[in-house]
Design a protein around this ligand. Structure first.
Ligand code: NAD
Length: 384
């Protein structure tokens, strides 16, 4: 089996799917690894490092044509799909829930595709959980960019010229990204408080030395069996928003991370709540790519809204490309072990992880959301 690693071409992308450390392990396991020249350069991994790890360097077209398994960070471009041979397995962040129609070539070309976003959150799959890896990096970097724009310091300082009070940080959504944001802000010396609809997150927040804000949601179920938040009623959302608006007005930085898989991100900071924040305050909206938690966020931009800086970064992990690639590469390598039978490709869809992550198998067994977007009859779609 030949595993291929392309140079990612999406604007602003600097990550690479596999780093030399993983290539070495894969080659030792009996597979061939082909890497596009320059694939790791922006993340600090040089062509010679890949060659030393046992990879063969190649150009873009030969890489796509010769791949049995194409590992990627982002979904291949439409033009790339034309060059990939029938039967190739594609693994990466393929956005099957957000942009299902874009996976049409997977079906029409008889490809097999596994989406890293769909890997089930089970104990066995923990080492493959790329969403968590990237959320960790994003949560960290969100605090760093906020600190860079804040006209204040984070720690409490007692100096001969007087006391400098600590920065106040509010984190909305205490999942993987939110918890890393809390930990990073605490390390820099800020006073941190956080809110999440899942009461279970309270323990994690407190263990990081932050205050957990509670809202009476009338005892409704807020968490699904996968540990993700459920979509809330408008009334429950409003109760959260009322509390958030009060706390945001007292904060120097608000970092929002609230998401619901496959749905628009919940609105947590309406325009009035932003307008009530102090000039000089910062909002970093990590949900910008799924509609934003803040009403004035512009995805991919940094704007000034009545003196408040509102940032909507779309790909923070790419700005920490070395570590983000290293973590992603390890996640991918764990996943690849499931389809690597002594160097040969073997896919057993009875495996719960492969079944869960599968978007299509040889053009069939199509994920229900993708099938629906392509107008395929339900009988051709896989059972969910
Ligand atoms: P996510 O990115 O989907 O959402 C981020 C956070 O936003 C979540 O904590 C969610 O509860 C919160 N949220 C959603 N709507 C909200 C609202 N209206 N108001 C306030 N908060 C809201 O989630 P995630 O960070 O990927 O993970 C969520 C959960 O999954 C966590 O409990 C995490 O520990 C768990 N998890 C489990 C595994 C595993 O078992 N292998 C791996 C990773 C994460």
């Amino acid at each position: 089996m030949r595993i291929a690693v392309p140079l990612e071409r999406q604007a602003g992308e600097a990550r690479v799917a596999l780093v030399p450390e993983s290539v070495k392990k894969l080659v030792a396991s009996g597979v061939e690894v082909a890497v596009e020249a320059g694939a790791g350069a922006k993340a600090g991994f040089l062509d010679q490092d890949y060659e030393a790890a046992g990879a063969k360097l190649t150009d873009h077209a030969s890489l796509l044509q010769g791949a049995d398994v194409l590992t990627c960070v982002n979904r291949p471009e439409p033009d790339d799909f034309k060059k990939i041979k029938t039967g190739t397995v594609i693994i990466g962040f393929l956005k099957p829930l957000d942009e299902p129609a874009a996976l049409e070539p997977v079906v029409s070309k008889g490809l097999t595709a596994f989406a890293m976003e769909l890997i089930p959150r089970t104990t066995r799959a923990q080492s493959m959980d790329a969403l968590s890896s990237m959320a960790t990096v994003a949560g960290y970097k969100a605090v760093i960019i906020a600190a860079d724009h804040l006209p204040r310091m984070f720690p409490l300082l007692m100096t001969a010229a007087g006391t400098v009070p600590p920065a106040k940080v509010l984190v909305l959504g205490a999942g993987v990204a939110g918890l890393q944001a809390i930990a990073t802000a605490r390390r820099l010396g800020a006073v941190v408080e956080a809110y999440d609809v899942r009461a279970a997150a309270g323990q994690d927040v407190k263990s990081l030395g932050a205050k957990f804000l509670e809202v009476d949601l009338g005892g409704i179920e807020t968490q699904d069996t996968g540990g993700y938040a459920k979509e809330l009623s408008e009334e429950a959302l409003q109760r959260g928003r009322d509390m958030v608006a009060k706390r945001a007005a007292q904060s120097d930085i608000v970092i929002t991370t609230a998401q619901i898989p496959g749905r628009r991100a919940p609105l947590m900071l309406p325009e009035a709540a932003v307008a009530a924040m102090r000039p000089g305050s910062i909002i970093v909206d990590l949900a910008a790519s799924t509609g934003g938690n803040c009403a004035v966020t512009r995805p991919g931009e940094t704007i000034d809204y009545k003196g408040v800086t509102v940032m909507g970064p779309l790909n923070l992990p790419a700005t920490v490309a070395a570590n983000a690639s290293q973590l992603y590469s390890r996640n991918l390598t764990s996943f690849l072990a499931l389809i690597n039978d002594k160097g040969n490709l073997k896919i057993d869809l009875a495996d719960d992880i492969l079944k869960g992550a599968c978007v299509a198998y040889q053009g069939g067994n199509v994920h229900p959301k993708v099938a629906a977007a392509l107008g395929q009859p339900a009988s051709q779609a896989k059972e969910s």
